[in-house]
Design a binder for this molecule. Structure first.
Ligand SMILES: Cc1cc2nc3c(=O)[nH]c(=O)nc-3n(C[C@H](O)[C@H](O)[C@H](O)COP(=O)(O)OP(=O)(O)OC[C@H]3O[C@@H](n4cnc5c(N)ncnc54)[C@H](O)[C@@H]3O)c2cc1C
Length: 383
């Protein structure tokens, strides 16, 4: 029998590969190792769980044992991999145990970026990138009123909408001049801002947080302008950075993420990577749809049929019910300009090149129904 396929990580990427590979081969031994509980859940649900009435416990669909039975794989939860021995095709666990692999899949995700802030309250700033973080966050909300969110990106705006709608007083602080600064043209950013303000969110733009101090029962954010924002809880959502340490220590090629080619192969022939940790042909795309496409291609490759991953355009739905939003940002190196149509109940922004070819779009409000038609006109992200 072949040596096992070992998957490190039980997030959406790890489970997607396991599921797709199992569809192609009933016999191949699959071992999944996870530093966490190993249960299966949809991470995007964390930022609208209050609105959907979910608790951290009810977000987890199935625990590791049930998933192992369902997929007929071995899952070892609470098992951290500490190193990879490329020459001997083996990994070492925290317990010192060694495990051989035939193929190794890195699905180790990303880490929250932490701002280097001064002050006596800086260590109390929370982040949410998994259900365990979310459990702590939800527990800390009990009996509290005011939440400050640092970062008005996708995740910051989603949490702001969810918390404000649930009755919390929410302040959002960002160095940019609008929400979703990297994804929306100014008119669309202003529309999203006004819709979120209408449910009670207060924004502080072009504002850099310098320090966080604990003052009695409250945390006080000191902004560079001298302004102070008080909160019971602070959530930081200033971005994610791919987890590269394991791969780096093993000597694999690293750039922003773990460098892989279109077969999802790292600089070592037996090691693959996908999901938030991977940089696929130069692109780090920390979203669910790229994982779905990558997992299918990788499973086929692991089953003996080398299959490059292809990405169509993959619009992202922003979960802000106060302002339903879909974005499909143009690639950073593509020249073009935004054409914006604003109305009372919507903003439609199309990013086109000089010849009128559509390269990206942002739809807010009623016009989100045009998503599929517009997506069909966009160029593929990876052919
Ligand atoms: C709040 C929130 C909302 C989101 N909403 C959306 C959305 O609406 N749409 C969308 O497309 N995307 C969304 N995303 C992004 C999407 O959820 C992620 O792209 C996706 O879940 C990443 O999955 P992953 O498996 O690559 O990583 P992760 O889920 O981070 O999984 C990494 C796994 O690796 C394990 N691990 C790490 N290191 C080790 C080690 N050394 N040994 C063993 N195990 C290890 C971890 O324990 C974990 O199980 C959201 C993200 C967040 C945080």
């Amino acid at each position: 029998m072949d040596d096992p396929v070992v998957i490190i990580g039980s997030g959406l990427a790890g489970y997607a590969v396991a599921r797709e590979l199992r569809k192609l081969t009933a016999e191949r031994q699959i071992i999944m190792l996870s530093a966490d509980h190993g249960g299966f859940y949809s991470k995007p649900m964390l930022s609208n769980a209050l609105a959907t009435g979910k608790t951290p416990e009810s977000i987890i669909n199935s625990n590791a044992q049930k998933m192992a039975e369902q997929l007929n794989i071995t899952i070892r939860p609470n098992t951290r991999v500490v190193s990879i021995d490329i020459e001997n095709c083996a990994i070492k666990l925290e317990s010192d145990e060694q495990l051989s692999y035939g193929a190794l899949v890195l699905a180790v995700g990303a880490e929250q970026v932490r701002l280097p802030l001064q002050g006596s309250g800086a260590s109390e700033i929370m982040t949410v990138n998994n259900v365990d973080d979310y459990k702590l966050f939800r527990n800390s909300l009990v009996g509290k009123k005011k939440v400050a969110i640092i970062g008005a990106g996708l995740i910051g705006c989603e949490f702001a909408n969810d918390l404000a709608t649930a009755g919390y007083e929410v302040d959002v602080i960002d160095i940019a001049s609008q929400p979703l600064g990297r994804l929306l043209p100014p008119a669309a950013g202003a529309y999203l801002q006004s819709r979120l303000e209408s449910v009670g969110v207060t924004f502080h733009f072009e504002a850099s947080t310098q320090a966080v101090d604990r003052v009695d029962n409250c945390l006080c954010l000191m902004l560079a302008s001298g302004k102070k924002v008080e909160a019971d809880i602070i959530l930081s959502s200033v971005g994610l950075t791919p987890s590269i340490q394991l791969a780096q220590m093993a000597g694999l090629d690293i750039n922003r993420g773990i460098v892989v080619d279109q077969l999802l192969k790292t600089s070592d022939d037996r090691i693959y990577a996908l999901g938030d940790c991977a940089e696929v042909v130069g692109q780090v795309l920390p979203f669910v749809m790229p994982i779905t496409h990558a997992a299918r291609a990788l499973a086929a490759t692991l089953a003996g049929n080398s299959t490059p991953v292809r990405y169509p355009a993959m619009p992202v739905l922003v979960k802000t019910p106060a302002c339903p939003t879909v974005v499909s940002p143009p690639e950073a190196n593509k020249q073009g300009a935004w054409q914006v149509e604003s109305g009372e109940e919507s903003v439609k922004a199309l990013y086109c090149d000089d010849s009128g070819n559509l390269l990206g779009f942002a739809l807010l409000g009623k016009v989100i129904s045009e998503k599929s038609d517009l997506a069909a006109k966009l160029p593929a992200i990876l052919n």
